[in-house]
Design a protein around this ligand. Structure first.
Ligand code: NAP
Length: 308
């Protein structure tokens, strides 16, 4: 399949599609959400006399998350929230991590807690997740919030999974009744995204690393959400003409000029000749994730103040 711009245009033209797919951009949606949040956090401050704190727990200095951390701290600043980085050395015991989280649970200035992944291998993810107060678990990783989602009740949603669905809804793409395929079944992205898409009345199939003949399933998708963490996993010939693609993957790969660049899990050049709409990487789901996380922080802070 041709990967060039002209090839993409020709393929789409042959199929009666627009010459270039619609790009589903997260940035403008995130800017709109943040503008509303800045006002809401100002009103919160006027009402309660303080700004809520988002605690970001980072265990181990070498976690490959520096870029993400800077982004979330900048987002906090933009909406008038106090972002607090809580750095814990990588050689700590699991108990010490849980004690630190319990201190944040008890701190009335902290409204939300997120824990940066991955954790050092000697620290059990389950133990750390269980120690977060569900009322402060604004990225929806605690079993209580995950359970609420699976039952279709209100709770904190994992922000990336929510962003992958929200970008469709806010772009006016109908989900109800569509054949929706999700690639990836992690607890933080694929599985919650699938549950949210079921909630939106999609007919959802979930694929994973043991799925046989991935392309057989992806070609059936009217909407494809990909969260596998494998650059170029999905190519144009694995897509059905006119499909809508949400690429959640964020992968750092060599840029061919001695540097590095970010790419998704979908091979954009071969996909764009086939699909009707696609999220770019970077600039698609990513920007929306932080904005949604901060909207969860507002909810958490408001609930906590109302209960005091
Ligand atoms: P993860 O925990 O590694 O899960 C990856 C999932 O993909 C697993 O369910 C795995 O299947 C499946 N998978 C892996 N290789 C596959 C293959 N060849 N065919 C089919 N399925 C395959 O990753 P994650 O935390 O869900 O993250 C997924 C991607 O999203 C990553 O690129 C990550 O960087 C990105 N991400 C983006 C944002 C954002 O804001 N945009 C936020 C978080 C994560 P098994 O279950 O069988 O192993």
């Amino acid at each position: 399949m041709s990967g060039g711009r002209d090839g993409a245009a020709l393929l789409n033209a042959d199929r009666g599609l627009a010459s270039e797919p619609r790009l589903l951009l997260g940035g403008p949606i995130a800017t709109e959400i943040r503008a509303g949040l800045a006002e809401d956090f100002a009103a919160f401050k006027a009402r309660w006399g303080k700004v809520p704190t988002l605690a970001i727990v980072l265990v181990g200095a070498d976690a490959p998350s520096a870029v993400y951390l800077q982004q979330i701290l900048r987002s906090c600043q933009k909406v008038g929230v106090d972002g607090r980085l809580v750095e814990i050395g990588g050689d700590v015991t699991p108990d010490a991590v849980c004690e630190q989280i319990e201190r944040l649970n008890a701190d009335p200035s902290v409204a939300g807690i997120i824990v940066q992944m991955p954790l050092p291998s000697h620290i059990s993810l389950r133990t750390v997740i269980d120690s977060i107060d569900p009322a402060k678990d604004i990225d929806g990783i605690h079993p209580r919030n995950a359970g609420l989602l699976s039952l279709g009740y209100d709770g904190f949603l994992p922000a990336t999974a929510q962003a992958s669905v929200e970008i469709l809804k806010r772009s006016g793409i109908e989900i109800a009744g569509k054949r929706v395929v999700v690639v990836g079944r992690s607890n933080v992205v694929g599985k919650p995204a699938a549950l949210l898409l079921i909630r939106e009345h999609g007919t959802v199939t979930v694929l994973h690393s043991r799925t046989r003949d991935l392309g057989h399933h992806t070609r059936d998708a009217e909407i494809l959400v990909v969260a596998a963490g494998k650059p170029g996993l999905i190519t144009g010939e694995m897509l059905s003409p006119g499909a809508v693609v949400v690429d959640v993957g964020i992968n750092v790969v060599p840029d061919g000029a001695g540097g590095e660049k970010l790419v998704g899990d979908v091979d954009f050049d071969s996909a764009r000749g086939v699909v009707s709409a696609i999220t770019p990487v970077p600039g698609g789901v990513g920007p929306l994730t932080n904005a949604l996380l901060l909207s969860h922080l507002l909810q958490a802070a408001t609930d906590q103040e109302a209960r005091r």
